[in-house]
Unconditional design. Structure first.
Length: 129
């Protein structure tokens, strides 16, 4: 017999399953057993505070962080002219290195983060002139 825990519509049931070998015997009576529910508590999600993104003037163009992570490498500095598709920085998130690309031809005004900094979704990373 094997034991399993199965959840149906939020109710958990502990069931035992018997493996039948070979052909089924016609003399074996069908057994239907009502499972006893195993009551489980729903897992409460902990809410983590999210910091507000760095303020940017309405006229400034910028790149914001697409997901929480750590700045792995910065590829530009203020005054650099970049082309659409150039890698601006590398963001480490979910154990992966994610390249953040320029969406247009721009001149870098400021880099708002440093390598190793932890950032959240929406934080301003780089601004353009």
């Amino acid at each position: 017999m094997k034991r399993y825990l199965i959840t149906v519509k939020g109710i958990s049931y502990e069931v035992e399953v018997e493996e039948l070998k070979g052909q089924r015997d016609a003399n074996v009576a069908e057994r239907v057993v009502q499972p006893e529910p195993v009551i489980t508590k729903p897992i409460e999600e902990k809410k983590t505070p999210v910091s507000a993104p760095a303020p940017v003037s309405d006229s400034a163009k910028s790149i914001t962080c697409p997901m929480p992570g750590t700045i792995f490498k910065i590829m530009v500095k203020p005054g650099d002219a970049i082309k659409k598709g150039d890698v601006v920085l590398i963001l480490e998130a979910m154990k992966m290195e994610n390249e953040i690309f320029a969406s247009a031809d721009e001149v870098v005004d400021s880099v708002r983060v440093t390598e190793g900094a932890t950032v959240n979704t929406g934080d301003v990373l780089v601004t353009f002139k």
